[in-house]
Write a protein of this length. Structure first.
Length: 200
């Protein structure tokens, strides 16, 4: 009498063979190498983003009050001006000019752009004039203006920077206009304190 058995092409046989040939679990060394690779890639991406795209900065002084207070943290978009030009009213972070000697040495500053390349800028009293017309500051700022702006024409690819705390800001009135190449990026968000999280 023939013995009963499974046909080698039947589903049951396939399942039996599959179970018999189950792969071994990954070795601890392979698991460790994979995690090291993941962490390395993540670190490289983080460094790349910080270097070329986004970076956080800490506000150490009151020159931009009431917009930015001491202790605030901001997020700066470094590619903001890759396909566009800085505009009046933009708040930007930039390399501290070599002639900036208003306090302890710093590497970066944050101010607002109030004058663009080729424009005439001056002031009288608390009013700033751009091309001989009053500048309407639609952003928060503190008067009085204090030190006046010497009448001048802004050089090509240079910007006139001013702190929102007009009378307590070391800006272009003291160290001159800023070369566009020194702009690090545009401030896009206040990220700390969380209660004031939002765009600038």
């Amino acid at each position: 009498m023939a013995e009963a058995g499974l046909d080698e092409h039947s589903p049951e046989a396939a399942a039996t063979e599959s179970t018999a040939e189950a792969p071994h679990s990954r070795s601890p060394w392979r698991w460790l190498i994979e995690w090291i690779a993941v962490i390395a890639v993540a670190a490289l991406l983080a460094v790349g983003v910080r270097t070329f795209v986004l970076q956080t900065f800490f506000i150490p002084s009151g020159s931009m009050e009431p917009t930015l207070m001491i202790g605030d943290r901001i997020l700066v978009f470094k590619l903001a001006y890759t396909f566009s030009s800085p505009q009046t009213g933009d708040v930007v972070v930039f390399k501290a000019p070599p002639d900036e000697h208003c306090g302890p040495p710093v590497s970066d500053l944050v101010k607002r752009i109030v004058g663009l390349p080729g424009q005439w800028i001056s002031s009288r009293g608390n009013t700033i004039f751009i091309n001989h017309r009053p500048l309407h500051q639609t952003w928060s700022h503190w008067n009085p203006l204090g030190t006046q702006i010497v009448p001048q024409r802004i050089a090509p690819d240079h910007y006139f920077m001013l702190g929102d705390n007009h009378n307590n800001s070391c800006d272009s009135r003291y160290w001159g206009t800023l070369p566009g190449s020194d702009i690090i990026g545009k401030v896009i968000l206040k990220i700390w304190p969380l209660s004031q999280f939002g765009t600038i």
